[in-house]
Design a binder for this molecule. Structure first.
Ligand SMILES: *Cc1c(COP(=O)(O)O)cnc(C)c1O
Length: 431
């Protein structure tokens, strides 16, 4: 498509956008009567307007039914998570039985590694991307220690080639093959939080399976952002948070995926709790843990109704939008427009102040662009904030901006470009 750096072009795009109306279902941050241009959905998604109503409804259920709320009312809490499973499944390409909402992300990462990181003999290593999100690094490091290994020996990190920012699939696959008989687990983030690179999940999963390893994914930056096919790609397990692209609120509930091929595997270790017990017999309170079938068997504690109600409300918006495919279609073009606008700013400045490190190919990225600001990066970022453009800053020099298809418009992107140009000129040129 031929993009134009003009308000009229942006507005024409918005008029033709079938998803444009969804924007009105969200609350944008507002200071002094002026809305922010919000380009930070990669970190925390916006609040759906129905959120307070939905929470109020559950508070009312609690008030009116108290303990009977588990079984009474039109949304009995005992079975409430099943509604979410139905809506989560299409977003990650799974069957409802393969997914479950529970806990928070890093907790689930640990629980799933308890089951799926099973070192045996010389096959004890975990391969992951270098520069993974710190929580994942700490989780993996502490898991290998828990099994008595030295992280320096047991963790293989794949780094980009000299002078490059992102990984090549062939290099990941080559390292998997080189360590074929030593890798127990291949564990990557679907989209890297820093570079915005979306890894070739299908190829990497296949490479892991070919050497006899288990393959798991942290989809924190991928779930609700890009289409993934966890079941068809035969991914063993995955987990994600829902407060980034899925707008479930700070600390919102996490999702897990366990492939159906593992449902009957009784050799898997689990850290068990009563909520993972066979549902029909849970209240017999018998000795000896028997897991519920499917992903539900990994639950530990009783349903967190309030955060689940928020997640449910935001999943219903995804359902109205047609789940992931229509959003992805818009996302590809909207992110290309953002890329175009950043390059226009460079052109207007007369030098390459902003270098996008996120891959250019839409197949290798989601909504996020990671932009190295060559000079005065933090100052420019603060200038954006002061002018009501909200992205985020990652040390040492990266500004992350995401145009989220559910609530961002082409006009947002155009206006953000205008602010970026003005702020950069003020800081870099006029003095
Ligand atoms: C956001 C994010 C997290 C956050 O974990 P929490 O347990 O929800 O605090 C973890 N891992 C990755 C890759 C992330 O992007």
């Amino acid at each position: 498509m031929n993009f134009e750096n003009s308000l009229s072009f942006a507005k024409t795009q918005d008029d033709a956008d079938q998803l444009h109306q969804f924007r009105s279902q969200f609350l944008f941050p507002n200071h002094n009567g002026k809305d922010f241009i919000y380009l930070c959905g990669n970190s925390l998604g916006l609040q759906p307007k129905v959120a307070s109503e939905v929470l109020k409804r559950q508070l009312d259920n609690w008030a009116n039914y108290a303990v009977e709320g588990w079984f009474d009312g039109n949304e009995p809490w005992m079975f409430y998570h099943k509604e979410l499973k139905k809506l989560m499944a299409p977003i990650v390409g799974a069957s409802p039985a393969e997914v479950c909402p529970m806990n928070t992300l890093t907790v689930n990462l640990h629980l799933l590694m308890v089951s799926f990181y099973q070192p045996k003999g010389k096959r004890f290593k975990i391969i992951m991307e270098g520069g993974a999100f710190p929580s994942d690094q700490y989780a993996i490091e502490s898991q290998v220690r828990f099994h008595g290994f030295d992280p320096k020996e047991a963790i293989i990190e794949v780094f980009p080639r000299e002078g490059k920012e992102v990984l090549r699939t062939e290099d990941i696959v080559a390292q998997i093959k080189e360590n074929a008989d030593q890798i127990a687990l291949v564990m990557f983030g679907g989209i890297n939080y820093y570079t915005g690179q979306w890894y070739d999940m299908e190829t990497i999963t296949k490479a892991g399976h070919e050497i006899g390893a288990i393959v798991g994914w942290d989809l924190a930056h991928a779930a609700g952002n890009v289409p993934v096919k966890l079941h068809d790609w035969e991914v063993d397990f995955a987990c994600w948070c829902s407060y980034k692209y899925q707008n479930s609120g700070p600390g919102g509930i996490s999702g897990i995926f366990v492939h159906e091929k593992h449902f009957n595997n009784t050799s898997l270790n689990r850290f068990a709790g009563w909520w993972g017990y066979q549902e029909s017999k849970r209240f017999k309170m018998e000795k000896g843990f028997v897991p519920e079938a499917g992903a539900d068997g990994w639950q530990i504690s009783c349903t967190q109704v309030m955060p689940m109600a928020l997640f449910h409300a935001s999943l219903q918006i995804f359902e109205q939008a047609g789940f992931i495919e229509p959003l992805r279609k818009k996302s590809i073009t909207l992110t290309q427009y953002l890329e175009f606008i950043v390059n226009e700013v460079n052109k207007d400045l007369g030098f390459e102040q902003f270098k996008i490190i996120t891959p250019k190919n839409p197949d290798d990225r989601g909504a996020q662009l990671s932009i190295i600001a060559e000079r005065n990066g933090k100052q420019i970022f603060d200038g954006l904030m002061a002018n009501h453009v909200l992205g985020d800053w990652r040390e040492p020099d990266v500004i992350r901006l995401s145009a989220v298809p559910l609530y961002n418009s082409y006009e947002d992107v155009y206006l953000a470009g205008q602010v970026l140009l003005k702020v950069s000129r003020d800081i870099l040129i006029s003095r």
